[in-house]
Design a protein around this ligand. Structure first.
Ligand code: DON
Length: 564
Protein backbone atom coordinates (compact mmCIF):
# COMPACT_ATOMS: atom_id res chain seq x y z
CA UNK A 1 0.00 0.00 0.00
CA UNK A 2 1.33 3.38 -0.87
CA UNK A 3 0.14 6.36 1.03
CA UNK A 4 0.96 9.92 0.15
CA UNK A 5 1.01 12.29 3.03
CA UNK A 6 1.11 15.92 2.15
CA UNK A 7 1.37 18.32 4.96
CA UNK A 8 1.09 22.03 5.02
CA UNK A 9 4.32 23.74 5.87
CA UNK A 10 7.85 23.62 4.76
CA UNK A 11 8.29 20.03 3.89
CA UNK A 12 7.12 17.43 1.47
CA UNK A 13 7.11 13.69 1.76
CA UNK A 14 5.97 11.88 -1.32
CA UNK A 15 7.99 8.81 -0.40
CA UNK A 16 6.18 7.49 2.62
CA UNK A 17 5.94 3.84 1.75
CA UNK A 18 3.67 2.39 4.40
CA UNK A 19 4.58 -1.26 4.65
CA UNK A 20 2.32 -2.54 7.36
CA UNK A 21 -0.22 -1.37 9.88
CA UNK A 22 -0.66 -2.77 13.38
CA UNK A 23 -3.39 -1.17 15.41
CA UNK A 24 -1.54 2.09 15.63
CA UNK A 25 1.82 1.24 14.10
CA UNK A 26 2.84 2.51 10.70
CA UNK A 27 6.19 1.52 9.34
CA UNK A 28 7.41 4.39 7.17
CA UNK A 29 10.44 3.35 5.18
CA UNK A 30 11.57 6.70 3.88
CA UNK A 31 10.86 10.37 3.92
CA UNK A 32 12.20 13.53 2.36
CA UNK A 33 12.03 16.75 4.32
CA UNK A 34 13.52 20.18 4.22
CA UNK A 35 14.30 22.32 7.27
CA UNK A 36 12.93 19.66 9.59
CA UNK A 37 14.59 17.14 11.84
CA UNK A 38 14.38 13.40 11.07
CA UNK A 39 14.91 10.18 13.00
CA UNK A 40 15.56 6.69 11.64
CA UNK A 41 15.52 3.69 13.98
CA UNK A 42 14.58 0.02 14.17
CA UNK A 43 10.98 0.64 15.28
CA UNK A 44 8.31 3.16 14.27
CA UNK A 45 7.24 3.94 17.85
CA UNK A 46 10.84 4.61 18.86
CA UNK A 47 11.44 6.89 15.87
CA UNK A 48 8.19 8.67 16.73
CA UNK A 49 9.32 9.18 20.36
CA UNK A 50 12.44 10.90 19.00
CA UNK A 51 10.51 13.00 16.49
CA UNK A 52 8.17 14.17 19.27
CA UNK A 53 11.15 15.66 21.07
CA UNK A 54 12.24 17.46 17.89
CA UNK A 55 8.72 18.88 17.57
CA UNK A 56 8.89 19.98 21.23
CA UNK A 57 11.99 22.08 20.58
CA UNK A 58 14.60 19.42 21.35
CA UNK A 59 17.72 18.80 19.29
CA UNK A 60 19.23 15.63 17.80
CA UNK A 61 20.60 14.58 21.22
CA UNK A 62 17.15 14.87 22.83
CA UNK A 63 15.68 12.80 20.01
CA UNK A 64 18.37 10.12 20.29
CA UNK A 65 17.88 9.73 24.03
CA UNK A 66 14.09 9.45 23.72
CA UNK A 67 14.50 6.95 20.87
CA UNK A 68 17.02 4.85 22.82
CA UNK A 69 14.74 4.60 25.88
CA UNK A 70 11.71 3.82 23.68
CA UNK A 71 13.67 1.10 21.85
CA UNK A 72 14.37 -0.51 25.23
CA UNK A 73 10.60 -0.99 25.48
CA UNK A 74 9.33 -1.62 21.94
CA UNK A 75 12.35 -3.50 20.56
CA UNK A 76 13.42 -5.86 23.36
CA UNK A 77 15.53 -8.01 21.02
CA UNK A 78 18.18 -5.26 20.85
CA UNK A 79 16.93 -1.96 22.28
CA UNK A 80 18.02 -1.86 25.88
CA UNK A 81 18.88 -0.39 29.21
CA UNK A 82 20.77 -3.58 30.08
CA UNK A 83 23.35 -3.27 27.29
CA UNK A 84 25.74 -0.64 25.97
CA UNK A 85 26.73 1.29 22.89
CA UNK A 86 28.59 4.09 21.18
CA UNK A 87 27.66 7.52 19.84
CA UNK A 88 29.26 9.76 17.25
CA UNK A 89 27.91 13.29 16.86
CA UNK A 90 28.83 16.43 14.98
CA UNK A 91 27.27 19.70 16.10
CA UNK A 92 26.24 22.79 14.19
CA UNK A 93 28.90 24.61 16.21
CA UNK A 94 31.62 22.37 14.76
CA UNK A 95 32.14 19.99 17.71
CA UNK A 96 32.83 16.31 17.07
CA UNK A 97 31.83 14.08 19.93
CA UNK A 98 32.26 10.41 20.68
CA UNK A 99 30.73 8.66 23.67
CA UNK A 100 31.70 5.16 24.72
CA UNK A 101 29.09 3.51 26.93
CA UNK A 102 30.31 0.01 26.17
CA UNK A 103 29.89 -2.67 28.82
CA UNK A 104 32.90 -3.62 30.97
CA UNK A 105 34.04 -6.92 32.44
CA UNK A 106 33.07 -7.34 36.11
CA UNK A 107 35.81 -7.05 38.77
CA UNK A 108 35.65 -10.81 39.35
CA UNK A 109 36.17 -11.63 35.64
CA UNK A 110 39.41 -13.31 34.50
CA UNK A 111 41.00 -14.42 31.25
CA UNK A 112 40.10 -18.11 31.44
CA UNK A 113 36.63 -17.76 32.90
CA UNK A 114 35.02 -19.46 29.90
CA UNK A 115 37.43 -22.41 29.70
CA UNK A 116 36.92 -25.81 31.30
CA UNK A 117 39.65 -27.61 33.26
CA UNK A 118 41.14 -29.01 30.08
CA UNK A 119 41.26 -25.55 28.49
CA UNK A 120 38.33 -26.07 26.11
CA UNK A 121 36.24 -22.98 25.34
CA UNK A 122 32.70 -22.89 26.79
CA UNK A 123 30.75 -20.51 24.53
CA UNK A 124 27.51 -21.68 26.17
CA UNK A 125 28.62 -19.64 29.20
CA UNK A 126 29.93 -16.57 27.37
CA UNK A 127 26.75 -16.40 25.27
CA UNK A 128 23.88 -17.37 27.57
CA UNK A 129 22.64 -16.52 31.02
CA UNK A 130 24.05 -14.67 33.99
CA UNK A 131 27.79 -15.21 33.47
CA UNK A 132 27.66 -13.76 29.94
CA UNK A 133 26.68 -10.30 31.20
CA UNK A 134 28.98 -7.26 31.09
CA UNK A 135 28.29 -4.20 33.30
CA UNK A 136 25.62 -2.29 31.37
CA UNK A 137 26.58 1.19 30.10
CA UNK A 138 23.46 2.29 28.23
CA UNK A 139 21.82 4.35 31.00
CA UNK A 140 25.06 6.13 31.91
CA UNK A 141 25.50 6.75 28.17
CA UNK A 142 22.13 8.50 27.93
CA UNK A 143 23.04 10.78 30.85
CA UNK A 144 26.40 11.60 29.23
CA UNK A 145 24.56 12.43 25.99
CA UNK A 146 22.14 14.62 27.91
CA UNK A 147 24.93 17.17 28.46
CA UNK A 148 24.35 18.20 24.82
CA UNK A 149 20.53 18.06 24.89
CA UNK A 150 18.03 20.84 25.55
CA UNK A 151 14.99 19.24 27.19
CA UNK A 152 14.78 17.81 30.74
CA UNK A 153 15.70 14.10 31.00
CA UNK A 154 12.38 13.37 32.70
CA UNK A 155 10.58 14.42 29.52
CA UNK A 156 12.83 12.30 27.29
CA UNK A 157 12.10 9.12 29.30
CA UNK A 158 8.33 9.69 29.44
CA UNK A 159 7.40 8.16 26.04
CA UNK A 160 9.22 4.95 27.04
CA UNK A 161 7.36 4.83 30.35
CA UNK A 162 4.02 5.30 28.57
CA UNK A 163 4.81 2.55 26.06
CA UNK A 164 5.90 0.14 28.81
CA UNK A 165 2.87 0.88 30.97
CA UNK A 166 0.14 1.05 28.34
CA UNK A 167 1.63 -1.55 26.02
CA UNK A 168 1.86 -1.52 22.26
CA UNK A 169 0.97 -3.82 19.38
CA UNK A 170 3.81 -6.10 18.35
CA UNK A 171 4.95 -6.61 14.76
CA UNK A 172 5.02 -10.01 13.01
CA UNK A 173 8.82 -10.18 13.40
CA UNK A 174 8.70 -9.51 17.13
CA UNK A 175 5.89 -12.05 17.65
CA UNK A 176 7.88 -14.72 15.84
CA UNK A 177 11.13 -14.00 17.67
CA UNK A 178 9.47 -13.89 21.11
CA UNK A 179 7.93 -17.32 20.39
CA UNK A 180 11.25 -18.73 19.20
CA UNK A 181 13.04 -17.56 22.36
CA UNK A 182 10.38 -18.54 24.90
CA UNK A 183 12.27 -21.58 26.19
CA UNK A 184 15.48 -19.49 26.48
CA UNK A 185 13.72 -16.79 28.54
CA UNK A 186 12.50 -19.50 30.89
CA UNK A 187 15.85 -21.28 31.04
CA UNK A 188 18.05 -18.24 31.62
CA UNK A 189 15.80 -16.07 33.84
CA UNK A 190 14.98 -16.74 37.47
CA UNK A 191 11.41 -15.46 37.44
CA UNK A 192 8.40 -14.79 35.20
CA UNK A 193 8.63 -11.92 32.71
CA UNK A 194 6.48 -9.92 30.33
CA UNK A 195 8.05 -11.78 27.39
CA UNK A 196 6.64 -15.18 28.34
CA UNK A 197 2.97 -16.08 28.27
CA UNK A 198 1.10 -19.38 28.08
CA UNK A 199 -0.05 -19.03 24.49
CA UNK A 200 1.98 -18.04 21.43
CA UNK A 201 2.45 -14.37 20.58
CA UNK A 202 0.54 -13.13 17.52
CA UNK A 203 0.94 -10.03 15.36
CA UNK A 204 -0.91 -7.14 16.99
CA UNK A 205 -0.88 -8.64 20.51
CA UNK A 206 -0.29 -5.98 23.13
CA UNK A 207 3.00 -6.24 25.04
CA UNK A 208 2.78 -4.51 28.44
CA UNK A 209 5.86 -4.23 30.69
CA UNK A 210 4.78 -2.79 34.08
CA UNK A 211 8.03 -3.76 35.84
CA UNK A 212 10.10 -2.07 33.16
CA UNK A 213 7.87 1.02 33.51
CA UNK A 214 8.76 1.12 37.23
CA UNK A 215 12.47 0.78 36.49
CA UNK A 216 12.27 3.61 33.96
CA UNK A 217 10.42 5.71 36.50
CA UNK A 218 13.20 5.16 39.05
CA UNK A 219 15.66 6.45 36.43
CA UNK A 220 13.35 9.36 35.69
CA UNK A 221 13.16 10.27 39.39
CA UNK A 222 16.70 9.53 40.59
CA UNK A 223 18.81 9.91 37.44
CA UNK A 224 21.69 7.48 36.88
CA UNK A 225 21.39 6.35 40.49
CA UNK A 226 17.95 5.03 39.63
CA UNK A 227 19.78 2.32 37.69
CA UNK A 228 23.28 1.92 39.13
CA UNK A 229 22.29 2.20 42.80
CA UNK A 230 19.19 1.61 44.92
CA UNK A 231 16.41 -0.78 44.00
CA UNK A 232 17.34 -1.45 40.34
CA UNK A 233 20.95 -2.26 41.27
CA UNK A 234 19.74 -4.49 44.11
CA UNK A 235 17.48 -6.39 41.71
CA UNK A 236 20.37 -6.87 39.22
CA UNK A 237 22.68 -8.19 41.96
CA UNK A 238 19.92 -10.46 43.28
CA UNK A 239 19.37 -11.82 39.76
CA UNK A 240 23.12 -12.49 39.44
CA UNK A 241 23.07 -14.55 42.63
CA UNK A 242 20.28 -16.72 41.28
CA UNK A 243 22.44 -17.78 38.32
CA UNK A 244 26.19 -17.99 37.85
CA UNK A 245 26.50 -14.20 37.65
CA UNK A 246 29.43 -12.28 39.14
CA UNK A 247 28.30 -8.64 38.85
CA UNK A 248 28.33 -6.88 42.24
CA UNK A 249 26.84 -3.64 43.58
CA UNK A 250 30.34 -2.09 43.43
CA UNK A 251 30.67 -3.05 39.73
CA UNK A 252 27.46 -1.16 38.97
CA UNK A 253 28.32 1.86 41.09
CA UNK A 254 31.78 2.15 39.50
CA UNK A 255 30.65 2.06 35.84
CA UNK A 256 31.95 5.07 33.85
CA UNK A 257 31.26 6.39 30.36
CA UNK A 258 34.34 7.42 28.37
CA UNK A 259 34.26 10.51 26.18
CA UNK A 260 36.64 9.81 23.28
CA UNK A 261 38.05 11.64 20.28
CA UNK A 262 36.32 10.39 17.13
CA UNK A 263 38.47 8.80 14.46
CA UNK A 264 38.24 10.78 11.24
CA UNK A 265 39.77 10.53 7.80
CA UNK A 266 39.18 12.07 4.37
CA UNK A 267 37.49 10.30 1.46
CA UNK A 268 36.81 11.94 -1.89
CA UNK A 269 36.06 15.45 -0.66
CA UNK A 270 34.27 14.16 2.44
CA UNK A 271 35.38 13.64 5.99
CA UNK A 272 34.33 10.40 7.62
CA UNK A 273 33.87 10.80 11.39
CA UNK A 274 33.51 7.47 13.13
CA UNK A 275 34.09 5.35 16.23
CA UNK A 276 37.58 4.82 17.69
CA UNK A 277 38.65 1.95 19.97
CA UNK A 278 37.30 0.01 21.81
CA UNK A 279 35.32 -0.42 18.62
CA UNK A 280 37.29 -1.85 15.74
CA UNK A 281 34.76 -0.18 13.42
CA UNK A 282 36.55 3.10 12.74
CA UNK A 283 39.96 1.50 12.17
CA UNK A 284 38.41 -1.07 9.83
CA UNK A 285 36.66 1.70 7.89
CA UNK A 286 39.84 3.80 7.63
CA UNK A 287 41.75 0.77 6.35
CA UNK A 288 39.04 -0.39 3.94
CA UNK A 289 38.52 3.07 2.44
CA UNK A 290 42.29 3.61 2.37
CA UNK A 291 43.12 0.36 0.59
CA UNK A 292 40.22 0.65 -1.85
CA UNK A 293 41.34 4.19 -2.77
CA UNK A 294 44.78 2.93 -3.81
CA UNK A 295 43.16 1.29 -6.84
CA UNK A 296 39.93 3.31 -6.92
CA UNK A 297 36.31 2.51 -7.63
CA UNK A 298 35.93 5.04 -10.45
CA UNK A 299 34.53 3.44 -13.57
CA UNK A 300 33.42 0.32 -11.68
CA UNK A 301 29.74 -0.55 -11.21
CA UNK A 302 28.05 -1.21 -7.88
CA UNK A 303 28.17 -4.94 -6.93
CA UNK A 304 30.19 -5.71 -10.07
CA UNK A 305 32.96 -8.36 -9.94
CA UNK A 306 35.66 -5.66 -10.15
CA UNK A 307 34.26 -3.51 -7.35
CA UNK A 308 33.44 -6.43 -5.04
CA UNK A 309 36.82 -8.12 -5.57
CA UNK A 310 38.69 -4.94 -4.65
CA UNK A 311 36.54 -4.26 -1.58
CA UNK A 312 36.75 -7.89 -0.38
CA UNK A 313 40.55 -7.83 -0.53
CA UNK A 314 40.60 -4.62 1.51
CA UNK A 315 38.22 -6.27 4.00
CA UNK A 316 40.43 -9.37 4.25
CA UNK A 317 43.53 -7.40 5.30
CA UNK A 318 41.65 -5.04 7.62
CA UNK A 319 39.93 -7.88 9.52
CA UNK A 320 43.23 -9.82 9.82
CA UNK A 321 44.66 -6.76 11.59
CA UNK A 322 41.58 -6.52 13.80
CA UNK A 323 42.17 -10.06 15.07
CA UNK A 324 45.88 -9.47 15.65
CA UNK A 325 46.07 -6.05 17.22
CA UNK A 326 42.84 -4.65 18.60
CA UNK A 327 41.53 -4.40 22.14
CA UNK A 328 40.54 -1.82 24.78
CA UNK A 329 43.24 0.93 24.62
CA UNK A 330 43.11 1.37 28.41
CA UNK A 331 44.56 -2.14 28.71
CA UNK A 332 46.62 -2.84 25.56
CA UNK A 333 48.78 -0.71 23.27
CA UNK A 334 46.70 1.51 20.97
CA UNK A 335 47.60 0.60 17.38
CA UNK A 336 45.30 3.13 15.69
CA UNK A 337 48.05 5.36 14.33
CA UNK A 338 50.15 2.46 13.09
CA UNK A 339 47.22 0.76 11.32
CA UNK A 340 45.69 3.83 9.71
CA UNK A 341 48.68 5.73 8.41
CA UNK A 342 48.98 6.00 4.64
CA UNK A 343 52.37 4.25 4.39
CA UNK A 344 51.19 1.25 6.34
CA UNK A 345 48.02 0.99 4.24
CA UNK A 346 50.08 1.07 1.06
CA UNK A 347 52.43 -1.65 2.29
CA UNK A 348 49.58 -3.76 3.59
CA UNK A 349 47.89 -3.72 0.17
CA UNK A 350 51.09 -4.25 -1.85
CA UNK A 351 50.31 -7.95 -2.43
CA UNK A 352 46.81 -7.21 -3.83
CA UNK A 353 46.10 -9.23 -6.96
CA UNK A 354 43.15 -7.99 -9.04
CA UNK A 355 42.85 -11.33 -10.80
CA UNK A 356 42.63 -13.78 -7.90
CA UNK A 357 41.70 -14.24 -4.26
CA UNK A 358 44.61 -13.77 -1.82
CA UNK A 359 44.58 -16.72 0.62
CA UNK A 360 43.71 -15.53 4.14
CA UNK A 361 46.77 -17.40 5.47
CA UNK A 362 48.94 -15.01 3.43
CA UNK A 363 47.70 -11.88 5.22
CA UNK A 364 47.55 -12.97 8.87
CA UNK A 365 48.57 -15.60 11.37
CA UNK A 366 45.79 -18.15 11.72
CA UNK A 367 45.66 -19.74 15.15
CA UNK A 368 44.26 -23.25 14.78
CA UNK A 369 41.28 -23.88 17.04
CA UNK A 370 39.25 -27.04 17.34
CA UNK A 371 35.98 -25.45 18.28
CA UNK A 372 33.91 -24.76 15.77
CA UNK A 373 23.45 -11.13 16.00
CA UNK A 374 21.37 -8.28 18.10
CA UNK A 375 22.05 -4.61 17.99
CA UNK A 376 20.28 -1.54 16.74
CA UNK A 377 21.10 1.85 15.31
CA UNK A 378 19.66 5.36 15.58
CA UNK A 379 20.42 8.12 13.04
CA UNK A 380 19.17 11.65 13.76
CA UNK A 381 19.66 14.99 12.05
CA UNK A 382 18.01 18.11 13.42
CA UNK A 383 17.20 21.36 11.63
CA UNK A 384 20.12 23.18 13.24
CA UNK A 385 22.49 20.68 11.62
CA UNK A 386 23.41 18.54 14.65
CA UNK A 387 23.89 14.91 13.63
CA UNK A 388 23.77 12.00 16.07
CA UNK A 389 24.65 8.46 15.08
CA UNK A 390 24.31 5.92 17.90
CA UNK A 391 24.53 2.15 17.86
CA UNK A 392 23.46 0.16 20.90
CA UNK A 393 23.43 -3.54 21.65
CA UNK A 394 22.64 -6.46 23.91
CA UNK A 395 24.98 -8.44 21.60
CA UNK A 396 22.86 -11.50 20.67
CA UNK A 397 19.10 -11.45 20.09
CA UNK A 398 17.58 -10.58 23.50
CA UNK A 399 21.15 -10.62 24.88
CA UNK A 400 21.78 -13.26 27.54
CA UNK A 401 17.99 -13.93 27.62
CA UNK A 402 18.25 -13.19 31.33
CA UNK A 403 15.50 -10.85 32.50
CA UNK A 404 16.19 -9.07 35.80
CA UNK A 405 13.40 -10.37 38.04
CA UNK A 406 11.24 -7.51 39.31
CA UNK A 407 12.94 -4.95 37.04
CA UNK A 408 11.60 -6.21 33.70
CA UNK A 409 14.59 -5.74 31.41
CA UNK A 410 16.99 -8.00 29.56
CA UNK A 411 20.71 -8.15 30.25
CA UNK A 412 23.38 -8.29 27.55
CA UNK A 413 25.67 -11.20 26.66
CA UNK A 414 28.48 -8.85 25.64
CA UNK A 415 31.23 -10.89 27.38
CA UNK A 416 31.24 -13.07 24.24
CA UNK A 417 32.80 -10.14 22.33
CA UNK A 418 36.02 -10.77 24.25
CA UNK A 419 38.31 -13.40 22.79
CA UNK A 420 37.50 -16.18 25.26
CA UNK A 421 40.47 -18.16 23.92
CA UNK A 422 42.97 -17.18 21.19
CA UNK A 423 41.71 -18.37 17.81
CA UNK A 424 38.26 -19.44 19.04
CA UNK A 425 35.63 -17.55 17.06
CA UNK A 426 32.93 -15.64 18.93
CA UNK A 427 29.25 -15.81 17.92
CA UNK A 428 30.01 -13.68 14.85
CA UNK A 429 32.97 -15.80 13.78
CA UNK A 430 35.45 -13.10 14.88
CA UNK A 431 38.73 -14.36 16.26
CA UNK A 432 41.16 -12.47 18.48
CA UNK A 433 44.06 -12.99 20.80
CA UNK A 434 45.65 -11.43 23.92
CA UNK A 435 44.79 -7.86 22.89
CA UNK A 436 41.12 -8.73 23.40
CA UNK A 437 41.51 -11.16 26.31
CA UNK A 438 39.27 -10.75 29.37
CA UNK A 439 40.51 -8.54 32.23
CA UNK A 440 38.49 -6.95 35.04
CA UNK A 441 37.15 -3.53 34.06
CA UNK A 442 38.16 -3.95 30.40
CA UNK A 443 35.83 -3.16 27.50
CA UNK A 444 35.33 -5.98 24.99
CA UNK A 445 36.27 -5.19 21.38
CA UNK A 446 33.31 -4.13 19.26
CA UNK A 447 32.50 -3.72 15.59
CA UNK A 448 29.84 -1.05 16.06
CA UNK A 449 30.47 1.84 13.69
CA UNK A 450 28.20 4.84 14.21
CA UNK A 451 29.34 7.31 11.56
CA UNK A 452 28.74 10.85 10.33
CA UNK A 453 30.14 11.85 6.93
CA UNK A 454 30.80 15.57 6.55
CA UNK A 455 31.06 17.61 3.38
CA UNK A 456 32.28 21.19 3.79
CA UNK A 457 32.04 20.58 7.53
CA UNK A 458 28.29 19.91 7.33
CA UNK A 459 26.59 16.52 7.75
CA UNK A 460 26.14 14.77 4.39
CA UNK A 461 25.43 11.23 5.61
CA UNK A 462 24.41 9.89 9.04
CA UNK A 463 24.69 6.11 9.07
CA UNK A 464 25.01 2.97 11.17
CA UNK A 465 23.72 -0.58 11.53
CA UNK A 466 23.64 -3.71 13.68
CA UNK A 467 25.10 -6.99 12.42
CA UNK A 468 28.13 -7.96 14.54
CA UNK A 469 31.23 -8.21 12.38
CA UNK A 470 29.20 -7.26 9.29
CA UNK A 471 28.70 -3.75 10.73
CA UNK A 472 31.88 -2.13 9.34
CA UNK A 473 31.48 -3.74 5.91
CA UNK A 474 27.80 -2.68 5.75
CA UNK A 475 28.67 0.90 6.69
CA UNK A 476 31.53 0.81 4.17
CA UNK A 477 29.21 -0.36 1.36
CA UNK A 478 26.41 2.05 2.27
CA UNK A 479 28.78 5.04 2.10
CA UNK A 480 30.49 3.84 -1.09
CA UNK A 481 27.04 3.34 -2.66
CA UNK A 482 26.30 7.04 -2.11
CA UNK A 483 29.70 8.66 -2.74
CA UNK A 484 31.13 6.41 -5.48
CA UNK A 485 28.11 4.80 -7.09
CA UNK A 486 25.82 7.86 -6.79
CA UNK A 487 22.91 5.88 -5.39
CA UNK A 488 20.17 7.61 -3.43
CA UNK A 489 19.75 6.75 0.25
CA UNK A 490 17.05 4.16 -0.39
CA UNK A 491 19.10 2.31 -2.99
CA UNK A 492 22.26 2.61 -0.92
CA UNK A 493 20.56 0.87 2.01
CA UNK A 494 18.53 -1.74 0.16
CA UNK A 495 20.86 -3.00 -2.58
CA UNK A 496 21.99 -6.57 -1.80
CA UNK A 497 25.14 -6.65 0.32
CA UNK A 498 28.25 -8.80 0.59
CA UNK A 499 30.63 -9.40 3.48
CA UNK A 500 34.10 -10.78 4.09
CA UNK A 501 36.07 -10.83 7.38
CA UNK A 502 39.37 -12.69 6.70
CA UNK A 503 38.18 -15.76 8.62
CA UNK A 504 36.17 -17.74 7.70
CA UNK A 505 37.61 -17.64 4.20
CA UNK A 506 34.29 -17.04 2.44
CA UNK A 507 32.49 -14.09 0.90
CA UNK A 508 28.89 -14.07 2.04
CA UNK A 509 26.23 -12.50 -0.17
CA UNK A 510 22.59 -11.68 0.37
CA UNK A 511 19.69 -13.06 -1.62
CA UNK A 512 19.42 -11.14 -4.91
CA UNK A 513 23.16 -10.56 -5.27
CA UNK A 514 24.04 -10.47 -9.02
CA UNK A 515 24.67 -13.99 -10.36
CA UNK A 516 27.19 -12.69 -12.86
CA UNK A 517 29.34 -11.28 -10.05
CA UNK A 518 29.12 -14.55 -8.11
CA UNK A 519 30.24 -16.55 -11.17
CA UNK A 520 33.15 -14.22 -11.95
CA UNK A 521 34.36 -14.26 -8.33
CA UNK A 522 34.18 -18.04 -8.21
CA UNK A 523 36.42 -18.18 -11.27
CA UNK A 524 38.98 -16.12 -9.30
CA UNK A 525 38.93 -18.66 -6.46
CA UNK A 526 36.51 -16.99 -4.10
CA UNK A 527 34.21 -19.19 -2.06
CA UNK A 528 30.78 -17.57 -2.14
CA UNK A 529 28.10 -18.37 0.41
CA UNK A 530 24.51 -17.12 0.36
CA UNK A 531 23.37 -15.96 3.76
CA UNK A 532 20.43 -14.28 5.48
CA UNK A 533 19.95 -10.55 5.55
CA UNK A 534 23.04 -8.52 6.33
CA UNK A 535 22.53 -5.52 8.63
CA UNK A 536 19.72 -3.03 9.21
CA UNK A 537 21.07 0.29 8.08
CA UNK A 538 19.51 3.57 9.20
CA UNK A 539 20.68 6.26 6.85
CA UNK A 540 20.10 9.99 6.44
CA UNK A 541 21.53 11.68 3.34
CA UNK A 542 21.54 15.43 2.79
CA UNK A 543 21.16 15.81 -0.95
CA UNK A 544 22.82 18.61 -2.92
CA UNK A 545 19.35 20.16 -3.37
CA UNK A 546 19.12 20.56 0.40
CA UNK A 547 16.49 17.87 0.81
CA UNK A 548 17.10 15.46 3.66
CA UNK A 549 16.36 11.87 2.68
CA UNK A 550 15.92 9.51 5.65
CA UNK A 551 15.63 5.76 5.18
CA UNK A 552 14.92 2.81 7.48
CA UNK A 553 16.25 -0.50 6.19
CA UNK A 554 13.75 -2.65 4.28
CA UNK A 555 15.13 -5.74 6.00
CA UNK A 556 13.20 -5.18 9.27
CA UNK A 557 10.61 -3.06 11.07
CA UNK A 558 12.90 -0.04 10.66
CA UNK A 559 11.04 3.21 10.25
CA UNK A 560 11.58 6.94 9.94
CA UNK A 561 9.76 9.82 11.67
CA UNK A 562 10.07 13.58 11.35
CA UNK A 563 9.53 16.80 13.20
CA UNK A 564 5.99 18.12 12.96
O1 DON B 1 29.74 -4.84 19.62
C1 DON B 1 29.63 -5.62 18.69
O2 DON B 1 30.34 -5.58 17.70
C2 DON B 1 28.56 -6.69 18.74
N1 DON B 1 28.22 -6.98 20.11
C3 DON B 1 27.39 -6.24 17.94
C4 DON B 1 26.31 -7.29 17.86
C5 DON B 1 25.34 -7.05 16.76
O3 DON B 1 25.47 -6.16 15.97
C6 DON B 1 24.23 -8.01 16.62
N2 DON B 1 23.31 -7.58 15.61
N3 DON B 1 22.76 -8.14 14.80
Amino acid sequence: MKKIIISAGLFLLPLANIQAQFTDINIVKEVKVINKGVVASAHPLASEAGAQMLSAGGNAFDASIATQFALAVVYPQAGNIGGGGFMIATTSGGKRISLDYRETAPAKAFANMYLDKKGNALPELSQNGHLAVGIPGAVAGMFAMHKYAKLPMAKLIQPAIDLAEQGFAITPDEAQLLNEHKSDFIKYSSGPSAFVKNTDWKTGDILRQPELAETLRRIQQSGEKGFYEGKTAELIVAEMKKGKGIITAADLKNYKVQERTPLSFPYKGHEIVTMPLPSSGGILLAQMFGMTSLIGLDGKEVNSPEAVQLMVEAERRAYADRAEYLGDPSFVADKTEMLTNADYIRRRFADYNPKAATPSSAVGKIIPAKESEQTTHISVLDKEGNAVSATTTLNGLYGSRTVVAGAGFLLNNEMDDFSIKPGVPNMYGAVGNEANAIQPGKRMLSSMSPTVVLKNNKPAIVVGTPGGTTIPTSVFQSIVNVIDFKKNANEAVNLPKFHHQWLPEVVSVEEGFPQHTIRELEKMNYKIQKREKIGRVEMIVVEDSGFIHAVGDGRGDDSVAWEK
